[in-house]
Design a protein around this ligand. Structure first.
Ligand SMILES: [Zn+2]
Ligand SMILES: [Zn+2]
Length: 223
C-alpha cells in the first residue's frame, strides 16, 4: 500500500492508498485547505478519491482544516465518540503539558483559545474500540489508543506501519513521549498495544517516522 505524507501547518497528515482511492489520517492546522488541494494535485490525486478521513483526536492542529478538506472530498469522517463530541461542538481543548516546553505552550494556548478555534463538523463514523478498514479497501484497522487524549485513535496497517497521531512524537525534545498528555499513565499501555498489534514503524503527526524499537526500549527500561 502506497502512502503519502502531507504536512499541513505543524501536522503530518497521511494518505493511504485503498483498493479504490485513499483514506486520509488527520486534517492539519487551520487555513490549510488550499495547501491540501495543491499537495494532492502535485501527487495526481483528486479530492473525490479520498473516501474517508480518520481523525486521531480533536486537537486544533489535527482538525483545523477538517471542515475545508471534508468540503472538497465530500467523504465521511471517523472519530472516537469522545473526540467527535468536541469536533461537532467546535470545542477547543488545551491539554496539560507533559514536560517544561509542553507546560509553556499549554499556558499560551489557554490564553489564546480564540486563535485555535475551528468550525464544527459532523462526524459519521464513531469508533470506540476497533474498526476494520477493509470496508474502505485498506488492509488494516483503527484502534483506540488513549493517553494523549482519552479518545485518541491509531490507524494500524497489516504491513506493520501505524499512524498514531500524538500518542508518540518525534519532535519537541520528548524522546517520543507526547509533549502533552491528558491520561499520562495510559500512554505506555497504548504503546504496548501497538507492539501487541505487530506495529514495526511509527508515523507520528509531529516529526519523521521511526522504529517501534524506540518505544519497546522505553517500556523495557520501566520494568
Ligand atoms: Zn494532540
Ligand atoms: Zn498534534
Amino acid at each position: 500500500m502506497k502512502m503519502h505524507t502531507i504536512t499541513l501547518g505543524i501536522t503530518n497528515c497521511y494518505l493511504v492508498e485503498a483498493q479504490d482511492g485513499y483514506i486520509m489520517v488527520d486534517a492539519g492546522s487551520q487555513h490549510r485547505g488550499k495547501k491540501f488541494l495543491r499537495a494532492i494535485r502535485q501527487r495526481g490525486i483528486r479530492p473525490e478519491e479520498i473516501k474517508l478521513i480518520v481523525i486521531t483526536h480533536a486537537h486544533f492542529d489535527h482538525v483545523g482544516s477538517l471542515a475545508a478538506i471534508q468540503g472538497y472530498c465530500q467523504c465521511p469522517i471517523m472519530m472516537h465518540p469522545l473526540e467527535a463530541r468536541l469536533v461537532e461542538g467546535a470545542i477547543v481543548v488545551i491539554p496539560p503539558g507533559a514536560n517544561a516546553l509542553g507546560r509553556v505552550v499549554s499556558w499560551m494556548g489557554e490564553h489564546n483559545k480564540i486563535l485555535l478555534g475551528f468550525p464544527a463538523t459532523k462526524v459519521e463514523y464513531l469508533v470506540e474500540h476497533e474498526y476494520d478498514l477493509r470496508a474502505f479497501g485498506v488492509s488494516g484497522k483503527v484502534i483506540s489508543t488513549p493517553g494523549h487524549t482519552p479518545g485518541s485513535l491509531s490507524v494500524v496497517l497489516d504491513d506493520g506501519r501505524a499512524m498514531v497521531g500524538d500518542l508518540a512524537m518525534n519532535q519537541f525534545f520528548t524522546q517520543n513521549y507526547p509533549v502533552f498528555a491528558e491520561l499520562p499513565e495510559k500512554v505506555y499501555a497504548s504503546w504496548q498495544l501497538l507492539i501487541d498489534h505487530g506495529v514495526q514503524q511509527i508515523y507520528p503527526a509531529h516529526g519523521p517516522a521511526f522504529s517501534i524499537e524506540r518505544l519497546t526500549a522505553v517500556l523495557a527500561s520501566r520494568k
